[in-house]
Unconditional design. Structure first.
Length: 187
């Protein structure tokens, strides 16, 4: 596995986040040496869900979303969960962060329902993405090409469909952060 020591990754989440879609990429990146910062809209504790129905763990964010800046991080991770993605897509600070990461050439990874956030940020037109099946029409209507595969990577966007795809999703984020090092070394 790549060594991500010195890399800082921002994860945005809120009430109703799909727990495993938060914890799996967090743990994969942390195990590779990255420093993880969890931010939530209010900066207050929130309850995760398992499968959009069962209560999961309560998480304490490190910061409020409006207090973080893309300049301080190397990648952005957007876990899914219907309630979480619906709340975050309505947060203007979240939309601005997505655009700032992509404008800076930094990876943005979204899984399951989280591509809703990408739609609201206005960054999907002309890109190939995947998501939970029920988000496909929304992506197509926003101008994206939707594919039914475990992983889609396009222009700095990394997307996956469901918790079944978490291994590929986490590995793609690690690879993207590692290739950023390779790009910097060859410049």
């Amino acid at each position: 596995m790549a060594d991500l020591t010195g890399k800082n990754v921002l994860i945005l989440a809120s009430q109703g986040v799909e727990q495993v879609e938060l914890t799996s990429p967090r743990d994969t990146l942390s195990d590779a040496g990255a420093t993880i910062t969890l931010a939530a809209p209010s900066g207050k504790d929130f309850q995760a869900l398992q499968g959009d129905w069962d209560r999961g763990e309560t998480f304490s964010p490190d910061q409020a979303i409006d207090a973080v800046k893309a300049d301080d991080f190397d990648a952005l991770v957007l876990p899914g969960g219907t309630l979480n993605a619906d709340a975050l897509r309505q947060c203007e600070d979240t939309q601005a962060l997505v655009r700032a990461f992509l404008d800076a050439g930094k990876p943005v990874a979204a899984i399951c329902h989280a591509p809703w956030i990408l739609i609201e940020a206005g960054v999907v037109k002309g890109r190939t993405l995947t998501s939970f099946a029920s988000v496909a029409t929304d992506l197509k209507n926003a101008g994206a090409e939707w594919v039914d595969q475990e992983l889609a990577e396009d222009g700095g966007l990394i997307t996956s469909r469901t918790p079944d795809d978490l291994e590929a999703f986490g590995n793609a984020i690690v690879k993207a952060l590692s290739s950023n090092d390779d790009d910097a070394a060859s410049a």
